[in-house]
Write a protein that binds this ligand. Structure first.
Ligand code: SF4
Ligand code: SF4
Length: 186
């Protein structure tokens, strides 16, 4: 029974097209990861724990939120393991299972990004992402208190001057309804 529980996580990953059982711990993934310095578990350890059924530790770790999905690890793995995909899958599981998130800013940014795509009918608008992220959880108030708002406003004005911050909404996509359906659960 304990053995089948240990393998349940690896089996669920395999069912999602993310098999990890060929990992032989060469650590090429961790050696190439540009963000390993900020992680509490290096990518090879994440894969090892996935094989050993360490779900609780994985859903609570900082690594899955620090990962930027750059896919360097996936490209370097000699066994074709999609480590970046595993990180994304674990993030989804952490949210679905209500695990405590050690990097709430990253989770909120993901939500702001998806919220903006939903609002804009399948297109991305950077100002909307920024607005949703800043409004979340009273973050704007904290920024005001720390006088960070002035610096960010100056950055925004600089971007506007260089036409790098479009204020007009992008044209809506033909399949906006379909995108909204895909994003409904978020
Ligand atoms: S690169 Fe692939 S085989 Fe090597 S440790 Fe990472 S996941 Fe395992
Ligand atoms: S996808 Fe994530 S774990 Fe892989 S190399 Fe990039 S930051 Fe590191």
């Amino acid at each position: 029974m304990a053995e089948s529980l240990a393998f349940a996580l690896a089996e669920n990953l395999a069912a999602a097209g993310l098999a990890v059982d060929t990992c032989y711990q060469c650590r090429k993934c961790s050696n190439g990861c540009p963000l390993v310095f900020a992680m509490d578990l290096p990518p090879d350890r994440v894969i090892r724990l996935a094989l050993l059924g360490g779900e609780a530790e994985l859903l609570a770790c900082r690594t899955i939120w620090v990962c930027s999905s750059c896919e360097t690890c996936t490209t370097r793995c000699p066994n074709g393991i999609d480590i970046a995909g595993v990180m994304d899958w674990l993030k989804e599981q952490a949210v679905a299972k209500g695990a405590a998130v050690p990097e709430p800013e990253v989770r909120d940014f993901h939500r702001a990004f998806l919220g903006a795509v939903k609002l804009m009918g399948g297109r991305l608008s950077e100002p909307v992402v920024m607005a949703l992220y800043t409004l979340k959880g009273g973050r704007w108030l904290t920024k005001l208190r720390r006088s960070a708002a002035a610096g960010e406003l100056a950055t925004a004005l600089g971007l506007l001057k260089r036409r790098r911050l479009p204020l007009t909404p992008p044209p809506r996509l033909g399949g906006a309804g379909e995108v909204a359906r895909i994003l409904r659960r978020w």
